[in-house]
Design a protein. Structure first.
Lengths: 253, 120
């Protein structure tokens, strides 16, 4: 019965796309047994196991740390392993689509090569001018130094923020929230010496300046990374750098 | 992306409205410049300026503009804590404090202006 906690079934309307058969995605509905302990990923796996083995989607850890199972649920990007079916039992409507603003490979699987290219472009690793030999021991870091970047290190590359950001949809070459936040994760790491290199890459319209602070990226992020905050801080750092270069052209950082 | 992408959901719609309120900010700035010029041109010019402000068109514009500016200010203060990360040692100043201090500053400046305009 729809609308009551005794509901036996719930309907998932899932976007299907088989490039060898059709040129446009279509929707297919499946009736799935309602279980108050299930998340949407459980329902999708039920469909694949029992109803339609051809349904194709990505998932892995099923506990919100791998970032594989991101999809549009009723128009909002979510990790399907983290969304309970019970959220939708009263409306009875669950529409599952692939993450928007990415090309669709098949069904709910998207092509994320653009994201991976953007990610490597910002050199998301510790950059050192001078490497310390391991005989000298580890790079030491205080808790305060860790706090400076820790939040931005929580990103699991799930790309929900890309599907939430209208700029990604309007300007596909925009570097995007997660990548800029990850650049900041390294810029703000006391062990890193590569801020200037990353600034050169991101101090562009396709970089940080494409962001218009819509703020949806932070809203949908499942790990509280706050990419919007990372980007605005980066803009301030860029502006500060510019003023310094204007006022102290002979100075070095 | 379709031209009406910003009607897709409430968050996108609010974002575009927020951005459009900047137009009212700009128009008010220009209006203020005209006001200053009328002031400089003497009492007759200023009286004519004030009487033009009392026409229904301008009253409507100012009412809508006031709502737009309030929306502009509130959305800005909501966004500021994201951009202002102030730490004392290991503790970070809470978002509500940062936003709250902005409201306090806004009220303080408004009170000073009201005092100048109404009581002096």
């Amino acid at each position: 019965m729809e609308g009551s906690n005794m509901a036996e079934n719930i309907t998932l309307t899932v976007s299907r796309y088989r490039p060898e058969e059709e040129s446009e995605p279509t929707f297919q509905s499946y009736d799935v047994p309602y279980n108050k302990d299930w998340v949407i990923l459980d329902a999708l796996n039920y469909i694949k196991d029992r109803l339609d083995g051809s349904l194709t989607f990505r998932w892995s850890c099923r506990m919100g740390v791998c970032g594989s199972c991101g999809m549009m649920v009723n128009g909002t990007p979510k990790l399907t392993c983290a969304v309970p079916l019970s959220d939708y039992v009263s409306s009875g409507q669950i529409r599952i689509e692939p993450l928007q603003f990415f090309p669709v490979v098949r069904d709910l699987v998207i092509d994320l090569s653009s994201f991976l290219e953007k990610l490597s472009s910002v050199k998301p690793w510790i950059i050192r001018d001078d490497e310390k030999p391991s005989s000298e021991g580890e790079y030491l870091q205080t808790p305060a130094e860790l706090d400076a970047y820790k939040q931005f290190s929580m990103c699991i590359n799930c790309m929900l923020c890309y599907s939430a950001c209208p700029v990604v949809g309007l300007e596909p070459e925009f570097t995007g929230p997660a990548v800029i936040a990850l650049a900041q994760r390294y810029n703000l790491d006391s062990r890193d010496q590569g801020a200037a290199e990353r600034m050169a890459v991101l101090n562009e319209h396709e970089g940080m300046w494409g962001c218009t602070f819509v703020g949806e990226c932070t809203k949908v992020c499942p790990k509280n990374v706050d990419p919007a905050g990372a980007i605005q801080l980066y803009k301030m750092a860029s502006a500060t750098d510019w003023f310094k270069s204007m006022l102290l052209p002979w100075g070095s950082k | 992306m379709p031209f009406w992408w910003w009607l897709q959901n409430r968050a996108y719609f609010n974002f575009i409205v927020r951005e459009l309120t900047c137009v009212f900010v700009g128009v008010f700035a220009v209006l203020t410049l005209f006001q200053i010029r009328a002031l400089a041109d003497g009492p007759a010019a200023y009286a004519e300026f004030v009487s033009r402000l009392k026409t229904p068109g301008f009253i409507l514009f100012n009412t809508v503009g006031l709502a737009a500016l309030l929306f502009h200010g509130v959305t800005w203060f909501k966004a500021v804590p994201t951009t202002m990360i102030i730490r004392f040692g290991e503790t970070r100043v809470p978002d509500q404090v940062i936003a709250g201090l902005h409201y306090v500053g806004w009220m303080a400046v408004s009170a000073v202006i009201a005092w100048i305009l109404l009581l002096r």
